[in-house]
Design a protein around this ligand. Structure first.
Ligand code: EPU
Length: 340
């Protein structure tokens, strides 16, 4: 068993994909639910901060709390029949590693979400998604430990109340539970290959693939992501910094009258989703750099750290973008990453 050593004034630079220098007042990594329970029991009154892969947060200050890094590992097949398999991964498993493990066994359903940074345990919190798929489409349940009681509760798909980059864990249950493992139901045959997202079709055509297998879809997604999204190992970032705003059809019609080229996706009879990346690019921010903080040159939705930006530097750029988009288009865009 690992020793559970609590460290003081611990640098979080390697634990956030933005690569921001910030310190945790205290830091501990836990490798099992028993260790997690023990830490929670030993520190009932300390302020706690739960850290997974650090791929969806912007640290604008030191973290004045006990940072608990959830490092539970393991993945397994829970049950299966001829058509479907239920798989489980522990919260600390790297998401992309898990996706490749499922594809390697010809289990279908996660391939469109290849190469998303972060760990499995944080995927339900914001219902991660890409290229026409979200985890809610295959998610069965997750186990989570209640911080106050250390009891494990199993949340079903319905109980998670998933929405676009949303779940109960960002709302009523915020900071109350720590997700320890997640189960997904995947296909073993008759895979639902989903190439409806335009970029995937174009990428497969480029490779002359007309009957794509799971691996082909995964490879296409990897190629697209690598061409647009910066690798956090090379350039600090947190993926999409903003959510794509969902606005009323009435508001949209007004904006479209002024900007006929605007891109959009219908969400319902009355609502439309607008790509924030398009708005940001139109406002002239794409590729702009302000000191060490900037807007990525290939995808305007991604803010980047060129080296020594502080969280505050990145936050200031994000606020300037929000202000300009509101002024130019009358649309309010909201951060997707958690600003700490
Ligand atoms: N666009 C621009 N300029 C840009 C970026 C995008 O004009 O700089 C336009 C594109 O031309 C396209 C539309 O916006 O017409 C959509 O672009 P893209 O397919 O790149 O996707 P996105 O809406 O910008 C979302 C997710 C990504 C996910 C992709 C693919 C959100 C907040 N982001 O981005 O997720 O990979 O779709 O499914 O929903 C993430 O959440 O961290 C993330 C990377």
């Amino acid at each position: 068993m690992h020793s559970m050593q609590i460290q003081n004034d611990f640098s979080l630079k390697k634990y956030n994909t933005f690569g921001i220098e910030a310190k945790a007042k205290q830091f501990v990594a836990v490798h099992s639910t028993d260790e997690l329970r023990e830490v929670l029991k030993q520190h009932p009154n300390d302020k706690k901060f739960i850290l997974g892969g650090g791929s969806n947060m912007l640290l604008t200050q030191d973290v004045d709390a006990l940072v608990i890094h959830v490092d539970l590992k393991g993945k397994r097949v829970v049950s299966q029949d001829e058509d479907f398999v239920t798989v489980e991964a522990q919260a600390g498993e790297n998401w992309h590693g898990f996706v490749l493990w499922t594809i390697g066994q010809n289990f279908g359903g996660l391939e469109n979400m290849s190469l998303i940074p972060g760990n499995v345990g944080t995927t339900p919190i914001q219902n991660i998604g890409a290229y026409g798929t979200e985890i809610k489409d295959t998610f069965v349940s997750c186990d989570a430990m209640e911080i106050a009681t250390q009891k494990i509760h199993t949340f079903t798909n319905a109980e998670c109340r998933f929405g676009y980059r949303e779940s109960v864990f960002k709302q009523e249950l915020k900071n109350r539970y720590i997700i320890t493992s997640v189960q997904f139901k995947l296909t073993k045959r008759n895979h639902k290959i989903n190439t409806s997202y335009g970029d995937i079709m174009a990428e497969l055509a480029k490779q002359n693939i007309d009957t794509p297998q799971l691996k082909d879809v995964s490879n296409a997604v990897i190629a697209i992501r690598q061409s647009k999204l910066p690798d956090p190992k090379e350039l600090g970032n947190s993926g999409s910094f903003f959510k794509n705003p969902i606005i009323s059809k009435t508001d949209f019609d007004q904006v479209q009258a002024k900007f006929p080229d605007i891109k959009f996706f219908p969400v319902s009879e009355t609502e439309v989703k607008v790509p924030a990346g398009w708005l940001i690019e139109q406002a002239g921010f794409k590729g702009m750099r302000f000191g060490d903080a900037g807007v990525h040159k290939n995808q305007a939705l991604v803010l980047v750290n060129y080296g020594h930006a502080s969280g505050q530097d990145i936050l200031n750029v994000s606020k300037e973008i929000q202000r300009t988009i509101l002024e130019k288009f009358g649309i309010a865009i909201e951060a997707e990453v958690n600003v700490i």
